[in-house]
Design a protein around this ligand. Structure first.
Ligand code: SME
Length: 148
């Protein structure tokens, strides 16, 4: 996983814009980690999260999510990483894909403010480990560092 972060660091550093850095991040995370079946980055606009980049087999209908709704909205509201081992057992979950079994959402911070988040769905139950959380929190910090 250290090599994953180093690889991402290099690619993000070469990206010409924040939007391009988000695109490369979702693409590389999905390419390098098999259990990451759908990878998205939402950015906060007021009281909504707006899908900024994604990679996966299909588009989500949830391109705008109110802060406070779903697992994404929960992570934005609390500012904490949320791991859901079994999405079907969590009433807060907003369903996107029938095959999804587990999800992780990691906030992206600018100072004390949540400005966005990385959202990953896996078709595997309980897919996300503490190591995944650490890697994704490091990825979130890499993206945050690009912003003024
Ligand atoms: N499942 C998310 C919605 C976004 S999709 O996973 C792409 C949620 O509960 O907020």
């Amino acid at each position: 996983m250290d090599t994953l972060i180093e690889s991402l660091r290099g690619k993000i550093a070469k990206a010409p814009s924040f939007a391009a850095a988000c695109e490369v991040t979702v693409r590389e995370l999905r390419r390098l980690v098999r259990k990451f079946d759908w990878v998205g980055i939402y950015m906060r606009q007021g009281e909504e999260l707006v899908l900024a980049a994604w990679d996966g087999p299909e588009a989500t209908q949830h391109v705008r999510i109110p802060v406070g709704q779903g697992i994404c909205g929960l992570a934005a509201r609390t500012g904490k990483t949320v791991v859901v081992a079994d999405v079907n057992a969590d009433p807060r979950y907003l369903a996107c894909f029938p095959q999804t079994r587990s999800e992780i959402v990691v906030p992206i911070y600018a100072g004390d403010d949540v400005i966005g988040e990385i959202d990953i769905d896996s078709d595997k139950a309980s897919a996300f480990t503490d190591e995944d959380r650490q890697v994704l929190e490091s990825t979130s910090a890499l993206l945050a560092n690009l912003l003024p």
